[in-house]
Design a protein around this ligand. Structure first.
Ligand SMILES: Cc1cc2nc3c(=O)[nH]c(=O)nc-3n(C[C@H](O)[C@H](O)[C@H](O)COP(=O)(O)OP(=O)(O)OC[C@H]3O[C@@H](n4cnc5c(N)ncnc54)[C@H](O)[C@@H]3O)c2cc1C
Length: 284
């Protein structure tokens, strides 16, 4: 069912207000296919929403259709995991652990869903989604469903083919290995503890705001620290004192506050260090 004027505030990790002109919560492939074709006929912009942990809602009103993705299923066949794109990423790791499967521990504690993680080629502790993915089931803008092999996913650092095609990710399969449940659990605990220690869950945020400018030889967070910008505030937003590449919603921040800080970082990096920073967060 499509709803009109739907609030997205509870569906993004910044907790920013914003109303979708049209909102559809995934129900089935057939329905999604009809709705995509309807939006196409109307020439409507389509936005795909997963867990909302890497988007910045910058406007009070989002024109067009927001599709809030499912599906929600998790199956295992041998050492392969098949999962719907709406499955919580950490839940898929728990499922793998339950079956004694190793390889996905680095994703434990990563906010959001599997569809968003694949789209972003999410990365942690030097491992990326591209290290474990086998294939993905997608729907194009005409409602046609097909599978994409890993070799056709054009992975790069925080990049994938899905960022360059009008495809909705429906499901995916992962290749994992048999492992010792105790060791898998220890590694999952290590990964989430690092996030807790770094303050990832202290305040609403989207995680890292900028991609690391690897060509400049410095991570974005370190660059922000060297520019003495950590702790800088604009309204209710703060360049996080514990992590320079996070801009957190400390106290009822609005999108303008966050965008102001994002621009300050970008400008100082360019003017003082000659480094061009590219946002990682998807600005709606
Ligand atoms: C505290 C915190 C820590 C974080 N740490 C990390 C980290 O260590 N590494 C990292 O890489 N990221 C990190 N992130 C960012 C974010 O969690 C990841 O990018 C996550 O994988 C995004 O998933 P999501 O479901 O929330 O995507 P969303 O935010 O909903 O969407 C992100 C993008 O993916 C697209 N998308 C989502 N689902 C689909 C789909 N099914 N089909 C097609 N397109 C889709 C959206 O249109 C959007 O462009 C962090 C975020 C937070 C808040």
């Amino acid at each position: 069912m499509i709803e009109k004027n739907f609030s997205l505030q509870c569906l993004n990790s910044y907790c920013l207000p914003g109303t979708a002109e049209y909102y559809y919560r995934y129900h089935s492939e057939d329905e999604l296919s009809d709705i995509l074709r309807w939006a196409r006929r109307k020439g409507m912009p389509v936005h795909i929403l997963g867990g909302g942990s890497n988007i910045l809602i910058s406007r009070p009103f989002i024109e067009g259709l927001v599709i809030h993705m499912g599906p929600l299923f998790l199956n295992r066949k041998g050492q392969t995991l098949l999962a719907g794109s709406g499955v919580d990423t950490s839940l898929s790791v728990l499922h793998a652990w339950h079956h004694g499967l190793s390889g996905a521990e680095f994703l434990y504690g990563l906010p959001g869903n599997l569809g968003g993680a694949l789209f972003m080629n999410a990365r942690a502790y030097d491992r990326s989604m591209s290290d474990i993915i086998l294939s993905a089931k997608v729907m194009d803008e005409t409602g046609k469903v097909f599978w994409v092999d890993k070799k056709d996913m054009a992975f790069g650092y925080k990049d994938s083919v899905f960022q360059h095609r009008p495809w909705t990710i429906l499901a995916m399969s992962f290749q994992l290995q048999k492992g010792d449940k105790e060791l898998i659990h220890r590694e999952m605990a290590r990964c989430i503890d690092i996030r807790r220690t770094k303050g990832h869950y202290d305040f609403p945020s989207c995680g890292s705001v900028f991609k690391n400018p690897y060509e400049a030889g410095i991570p974005a967070g370190k660059l922000v620290e060297e520019l003495s910008l950590k702790g800088r505030r604009a309204g209710g937003a703060e360049i996080f004192s514990k992590h320079g590449n996070f801009i957190v919603n400390r106290d009822s921040a609005c999108a303008e506050d966050i965008l102001k800080l994002l621009e300050i970082i970008r400008q100082e990096a360019r003017e003082k260090r000659g480094i061009i920073l590219t946002p990682e967060v998807d600005i709606w």
